[in-house]
Design a protein around this ligand. Structure first.
Ligand code: ASP
Length: 588
């Protein structure tokens, strides 16, 4: 017999008059002299329990000893609360349980932070006592939401004919552009497994194996520097499909995301269907391939308007092959000198030389130290191009295209936050397509795949691989939500000669390619169907659905920002015997 007949959260007026047995944690305790009130909490909610010495002197005496987070079992009668004592904030607020018996199942030390309040707590402390942190309502809600999302995904894909297949964690390097986590082999001295950066090769091999529609809620491992909001291990919904082109993959994912948002979350989907932007368009309008489409403030290039002008910051940048691009801050003309300086300081942190601003006052006059270097005609054409209204501030970066785009993209998001334009109740999903197939690696003076080495080039761009590889586009697609890339995928190369050509282009010799991917190349010779897939990240998506600021809030046991488990203390040293067994010597 379970220790409870009902959950704390389920009791309603329909239960009045029933004897119930509840079990859970002491969430709150109020001692009103004679009466002791306990808010009893379990996963399903909170209910008020009343200890009255007239009902049971024995139970009342025990209740006097209760402290927060004690684990108790209570037997009592469900009663209507006295008139005026109802609590509309609690789902069980119409009733209370009049305790007749109580058993203390366990005591608890005073927790290092409040479990019953959503007050800010130092994150280190939260991670150190994660099991207590997870007891808090917000975290319970997030983890349950995550479960609901994953369950929805599983059901949805099963209905679409997908099957779930597990792939190994101990595998061989699967390049996704990050460093591998390595696991030394005891049985094979000097050899290592790599933890998968994603199941990429394995899911492609499952297509060779004829499964046609695969998915997996897959853990991926990437040993990257912990910049920003990253985790060394994270979860992807890994998908692969045979006999499809990119439209088919995008269609399944778009229907899945639309359904999960509408049915599992309380967020509002801003666009249906999801808009599509080419990579070139996204870069032009937003300076990034993961634009936040919840608000406008698009970037506008004015290079052609200021070429050869007297303002040297502009003319010299353009002469050196740079661009002049900017955005319009509604109402920004009233910013103080200090505020404008802060914007300039902000773009400098992304490598820009500075920020040139033109304020349009309420009379439509341009106010700016720069204005005197620009003819009236030029100023007017800039105002027209920017569609600036009196009261607006125009802010420009003159720099190399990559720097101007990045700095302005960041500025746009920063201003979006500042102006309250990024409502986290709204989800703006969009597709980015037609990516460049390759990106030039300055440092190593060679091409890198812009996605991964298994992505197919566009059919019509295959000849470009021999003549002008930088111009070729790949058959890849990203799904973006509120400024985050939440999924990336592609149609794959399924013919060996093209795969070998791509390996050559990215500087892998045939021997290196065979050593690393021999199994895949070999498989491609046994009747590989055309196939493609995608891998939406689960953590970030749940974060957006939960309205949380980082993915640690939706992962039960995340690593800290310095990639440590603060609760268990990992990574940690191991014993000399363990090292010896693995044939390892430390060189620190
Ligand atoms: N393996 C890719 C990734 O992890 C996704 C894909 O191409 O399906 O980003």
């Amino acid at each position: 017999m379970p220790l409870k007949s009902h959950t704390c959260g389920e009791l309603r007026s329909a239960h009045i008059g029933q004897m119930v047995t509840l079990a859970g944690w002491v969430h709150r305790r109020r001692d009103h002299g004679k009466l002791i009130f306990i808010d009893l909490r379990d996963r399903w909610g909170i209910v008020q329990v009343v200890f009255n010495p007239d009902t049971s002197a024995e139970a009342h005496a025990v209740a006097e000893t209760l402290r927060l987070e004690y684990v108790i079992q209570v037997k009592g009668m469900v009663c209507r609360r006295p008139p005026g004592m109802e609590n509309p904030d609690l789902e069980t607020g119409e009733v209370e349980v009049a305790a007749q018996e109580i058993t203390v199942l366990n005591t608890a030390k005073t927790p290092p932070f409040y479990i019953n309040e959503d007050t800010p707590v130092d994150e280190t402390l939260r991670l150190r006592y994660r099991y207590l942190d997870l007891r808090r309502q917000r975290m319970q809600r997030n983890i349950i939401l995550r479960h609901q999302v994953v369950k929805f995904i599983r059901d949805f894909l099963c209905n679409e004919g997908f099957i779930e297949i597990e792939t190994p964690i101990l595998f061989k390097s699967t390049p996704e552009g990050a460093r591998d986590y390595l696991v030394p082999s005891r049985l094979h001295p000097g050899k290592f497994y790599a933890l998968p950066q994603s199941p990429q090769q394995l899911k492609q091999l499952l297509m060779v194996a004829g499964f046609e529609r695969y998915f997996q809620i897959a853990r991926c491992f990437r040993d990257e520097d912990q910049r920003g909001d990253r985790q060394p291990e994270f979860t992807q919904l890994d998908i692969e499909m045979s006999f499809v082109d990119r439209e088919d993959v995008m269609d399944v994912v778009e229907r899945l995301y639309t359904a999960v948002i509408e049915q599992v979350s309380d967020r509002q989907l801003l666009f249906k269907p999801f808009p599509r932007l080419t990579y070139a368009e996204a870069m032009r309008r937003f300076g990034t391939d993961s634009p936040d489409l919840r608000f406008g403030m698009e970037l506008v290039e004015i290079s052609d308007l200021v070429v050869g002008c007297d303002f040297r910051v502009f003319s010299e940048t353009l002469a050196a092959g740079g661009i002049v691009k900017g955005l319009k801050v509604p109402g920004g003309a009233s910013y103080s000198r200090k505020q404008v300086d802060e914007l300039a300081e902000f773009v400098r942190t992304f490598g820009a030389q500075g920020l040139v601003t033109l304020a349009l006052d309420e009379h439509g006059q341009v106010r700016s130290p720069t204005a005197k270097f620009l003819s009236e005609e030029t100023l007017q054409s800039i105002i027209r191009r920017m569609e600036a209204q009196p009261g607006d501030l125009m802010a420009f970066v003159a720099d190399r295209p990559s720097i101007a785009n990045e700095a302005l993209a960041r500025l746009r998001v920063m201003l979006g936050d500042k102006l309250g334009l990024r409502d986290n109740k709204l989800l703006a999903l969009c597709w980015i397509v037609d990516f460049p197939f390759l990106v030039w690696n300055e440092q190593e003076q060679r091409w890198d795949p812009s996605h991964h080495p298994f992505t197919a080039p566009m059919d019509e761009d295959i000849p470009l691989l021999d003549t002008d590889p930088g111009q070729a586009r790949g058959k890849q697609y990203d799904l973006v939500c509120n400024g985050y890339e939440i999924a990336g995928g592609s149609v794959r190369i399924h013919r060996r000669e093209i795969q070998e050509k791509v390996f050559r282009l990215i500087g892998l010799s045939m021997k290196e390619a065979r050593d690393q991917f021999g199994h895949l190349l070999e498989a491609f010779e046994y009747g590989t169907p055309p196939h493609g897939g995608i891998a939406p990240g689960i953590d970030r998506f749940v974060m957006l659905l939960a309205g949380e600021p980082n993915i640690r809030e939706v992962i039960a046991f995340p690593k800290s920002q310095s990639a440590m488990d603060l609760m268990a203390g990992a990574p940690s040293p191991v014993s000399p015997e363990q090292l010896k067994e693995l044939h390892l010597k430390l060189d620190l």
